[in-house]
Structure formats: C-alpha cells, structure tokens
Design a protein around this ligand. Structure first.
Ligand SMILES: Nc1ncnc2c1ncn2[C@@H]1O[C@H](COP(=O)(O)OP(=O)(O)O)[C@@H](O)[C@H]1O
Ligand SMILES: [Mg+2]
Length: 262
C-alpha cells in the first residue's frame, strides 16, 4: 500500500503542530447514578496520536462521543481548536465536519456505493461540486487501497475494506482530528493489519488522532501517548513504552495482564 501523501488529504494537518487542538477540563458526565466521565482533564496537541485503552465500560466510547458532541456533558469544558463545543445549530455542524469519526461497525450507508459514501459529505456539507468530490474520493480510496471497489455497495466488500472506506470518508471532510472507536474490533483477524497499516500511515503523516484500541502494536508504533481509563477516570497517562512496560497502577497492571494473556 502506498504511503500517505499529505497533499492528498487535508490541509489542516501538521499546521501549528504541537499546539493544543483538543482541550478537556474537568469533564463530568453521569448516566443516572453512573459517573461515566469523572473529572477528565487532558490536552491533545496538533499532530499527536493518543491511544485510549481500558476495560469495557470504563467510558472510552462516551469520551469520544462527548468530544464529537454526540453526547452532552454535565460540567467541565471541551474545546477544539480554541472553540468551546457549541450546543447546536450551524456551529455544531461545522464542528462535526472538523472531527472525523470512525466507528467499530463502519457505519457506511448500505444503499450507496463506496464512492457515494465518500462524496456525500463533501457535496452536502462542504458544497463541493460532484466532479471535484469524486476526484477527491477516488484519490482517497486509492490511498487506502480500495479504489477498485468504488462502484460497489458496502455489503460487497470485506470488513477490512469497509473500514478503509470509512477512513477515506472521514478524510474527505478534511478533518482537524480523527476519533476512532475500536476501529479493528469488529474485523476478522486477517483484516486487522490492513486497517492498522492505514492508521499508522495517517499517524506518520501528522494527523491528530484519538484512537480507542487494544492493539498494542499500533500503540507502540504510532502513539505518542496512552491514556488508560477505568471507571470513568484517567488512571494513567504515559508514553506507550512506559505504560506497557512499567504500568504504575494496580488497575493498569491487572488490565494488561488480562489482555496479554490472550
Ligand atoms: N446511553 C447510555 N445510557 C446509560 N448508560 C450508558 C449509555 N451509554 C453507555 N452507558 C454506560 O456507561 C458506561 C461506559 O460506557 P462506554 O463509554 O461505552 O464504555 P467503553 O467504551 O469504555 O466500553 C457503561 O457502563 C455503559 O453501560
Ligand atoms: Mg466502547
């Protein structure tokens, strides 16, 4: 697979690298009695790749959804590129366009072709002309290695191919940041690497990424930082080498012993 060429994807990346892009300050959220996000504060800098890891139910997906404003928070502050997350309306639509999201379950439109899935956002949201959107989409599909699938429906593709289409779709919006929530968890084992390779390519190219994953190989290769969550809290934050080789908390040691036992 060809390496990513930044000029083909987004002009936002690598601009002002190292400056804060996503800021969370004392973010709290409850679902009834459940304290699902408990005083979360962290900063993700431009160009940084952060892997979020932790037991099931620890709040990782809720954190992603809060950053993308798919979920409200009770208190605290989340800002992206200096702007506080808007409540609703046009600003919220603009924010969503700035933040790409890749889900475990691909979430492609089943009745649209691969090409249409990728061009939809640029045409509807960015008001791009169809021909230009298709050209962009084909370049991105080529980059993720599925250009020859463009005319097919998602159901005609393998899971790994569908997830690569989902990544191309998020890139087509020229996002400032991509959130990925367990992007390889629904894949058959033999397809995991083809998706991880695309993710590593994006990371190498300077895309800001927050990735929920238990793929330690990806974390070690691509992540600048690992955030370990448990019970709605950030329990540890460290480089991948520090975290995986010298976890500090009993919670992290216990968690790692379980995932390493597989
Ligand atoms: N919409 C919801 N209503 C009530 N509880 C929820 C909702 N979404 C998630 N939860 C609960 O919040 C906790 C954290 O969920 P989630 O963020 O999905 O965790 P993770 O992604 O780390 O597995 C879980 O206990 C889950 O059952
Ligand atoms: Mg989850």
């Amino acid at each position: 697979m060809a390496a990513f060429d930044p000029s083909l994807t987004t002009s936002n990346i690598a601009v002002g690298r190292g400056e804060p892009l996503v800021v969370l300050e004392h973010v709290d959220k409850h679902y009834g009695e459940l304290h699902v996000l408990n005083d979360i504060s962290t900063v993700v800098n431009r160009g940084e790749v952060v892997v979020v890891i932790g037991p099931s139910g620890s709040g990782k997906s809720t954190l992603c959804r809060a950053i993308n404003r798919l979920e409200t928070i009770d208190s605290g502050l989340i800002s992206i590129d200096g702007d506080k997350l808007p409540e609703e309306g046009k600003q919220l639509a603009a924010l969503r366009a700035d933040v790409g999201m890749v889900f475990q379950s691909f979430n492609l439109f089943a009745h649209k072709t691969v090409l249409e899935n990728v061009t939809l956002g640029p045409i509807k949201v960015k008001k791009m002309k169809k021909a230009a959107a298709e050209e962009l989409a084909m370049r991105l599909l080529d980059r993720v290695g599925v250009a020859n699938q463009a005319k097919k429906l998602p159901s005609q593709l393998s899971g790994g191919q569908q997830q690569r289409v989902a990544i191309a779709r998020s890139l087509a919006m020229n996002p400032k940041l991509i959130l990925m929530d367990e992007p390889t968890s629904a894949l058959d084992p033999e397809m995991i690497n083809e998706v991880l390779d695309v993710m590593v390519g994006l990371a190498d190219q300077g895309m800001t990424m927050i990735v929920v994953t238990h793929e330690m190989g990806f974390a070690r290769k691509a992540a600048d930082r690992v955030i370990f969550m448990a019970d709605g809290k950030v329990v540890e934050e460290a480089t991948p080498a520090e975290f995986f080789d010298h976890p500090k908390s009993d919670r992290a040691k216990d968690f790692l012993s379980k995932i390493l036992a597989h």
